[in-house]
Design a protein around this ligand. Structure first.
Ligand SMILES: NC(=O)c1ccc[n+]([C@@H]2O[C@H](COP(=O)([O-])OP(=O)(O)OC[C@H]3O[C@@H](n4cnc5c(N)ncnc54)[C@H](O)[C@@H]3O)[C@@H](O)[C@H]2O)c1
Length: 342
């Protein structure tokens, strides 16, 4: 633990209220400032972040916040298509840790720009693909890493409900697949949900709010280590997210309320339920889900800890989503990764 608390700031005061709450409720930090272009969003943050009114400085220009505050860590919680500038500016301003909202960005140029800026500055960075920090998914990955399933061969995931949007919400489940696969994606094949057949090769959902601008899609993703994943995502289904990670000797099924593990004593044998795997899902208040994430960021900044949600995986996730658009556009073809630049 550092003698002095890390100074934290937040850019974007809507979902940013949850980030502000997480810093304010983590002993490693002092939350010192929040910034939003909208004075109304700043007025509303106190109640949403459960902070005493006026307890931290407010700004409408993040560059002014960088100049006036001595920030160690900053969260970037502006809309999806606007992440790159504040992330790069924060890295160039010498801020040591950046916790950015997902998706990393919506195009490869911005993703490459972010990764270049954080690498050049030696900045620590995590992307808020939140399940990377939620206990049930963390424990499931630990179990896979420990070899309980005898390795990993297949992943089957679902995303349902009217927010089945490949980029805005789907980034969470695509990234969760990569969180377990722990390998580079090799190729992607996609079939969009009905009504989005002619969506095209450019993501259209700027700001990420409108489900009509963002398709659900069925994806097959193959990783370099041989893991193959299937994601089923479509609107007009119940709202749920679920993942099933499968190895030669067992499987773990997890969703946002918890998970189950089934094991076999031999390869390809029949499985039985293992009651020893029992972990909670999301906490009730979203800000509480971000406390482990900002605590990990403190360890990254202070002790060189490794990110559970690094920007490089965030870029892989984006490449998978962009490849899905190319696959659909090309007649549901296999698209090899990485995608060509330029
Ligand atoms: N992790 C999750 O589960 C989760 C949930 C919801 C949203 N998100 C992500 O959080 C981000 C924000 O989503 P939202 O729904 O709060 O968006 P929003 O559009 O409701 O709010 C974004 C805020 O950012 C502010 N803003 C924009 N540009 C700015 C700038 N240059 N400087 C300061 N403030 C600026 C806007 O004024 C607005 O108040 C998105 O990337 C979204 O995908 C993540």
């Amino acid at each position: 633990m550092a003698d002095k608390k890390l100074q934290a700031g937040v850019i974007g005061a809507r979902l940013g209220a949850a980030h502000a709450y997480a810093y304010a409720n983590s002993s490693e930090y002092e939350l010192v400032a929040v910034c939003d272009l909208s004075p109304k969003a700043l007025d509303e943050i106190w109640e949403k972040a459960k902070l005493p009114e006026g307890s931290v400085h407010t700004y409408t220009d993040y560059k002014e916040m960088f100049e006036k505050e001595n920030l160690d860590v900053v969260s970037v919680t502006v809309p999806d298509h606007l992440h790159a500038d504040p992330v790069c500016d924060a890295a160039d301003a010498g801020i040591k840790g950046i916790f950015s909202e997902k998706p990393l960005t919506i195009n490869l140029e911005d993703a490459d720009r972010i990764i270049e800026a954080v690498n050049r500055n030696g900045t620590k960075m995590s992307v808020d693909h939140t399940r990377s920090f939620v206990p049930v998914y963390r424990e499931a990955r630990e179990s896979v890493r420990n070899g309980d399933l005898g390795g990993l061969t297949r992943i089957v995931a679902h995303m349902g409900g009217h927010r089945s949007m490949l980029f805005r919400n789907g980034t969470h489940i695509v990234d969760l697949i990569g969180y377990f696969a722990e390998s580079k994606p090799k190729w992607v094949l996609a079939v969009h949900e009905q009504g989005f057949e002619d969506y095209g090769i450019v993501y259209k959902g700027e700001g990420g709010k409108d489900p009509a601008l963002d398709p659900g899609s069925t994806l097959i993703i193959e990783y370099e280590n041989g893991v193959r994943a299937i994601l089923n995502s479509a609107k007009m289904t119940p709202a749920f997210i679920e993942i099933d990670v499968i190895g030669p000797k067992g499987r773990i099924r997890a969703d946002d309320t918890g998970g189950n593990r089934w094991l076999s004593d031999k390869v390809e044998g029949a499985v039985t339920h293992d009651p020893a795997f029992d972990h909670p899902g999301y906490p009730e208040f979203f800000g509480d889900a971000l406390i482990p994430a900002v605590q990990e960021m403190a360890q990254m900044v202070l002790n060189d800890a490794v990110s559970s949600s690094p920007p490089e995986r965030g870029r892989d996730t984006l490449e998978i989503m962009l490849a899905a658009l190319l696959s659909q556009d090309g007649g549901n073809i296999k698209v090899n990764l990485p995608l060509p630049r330029g």
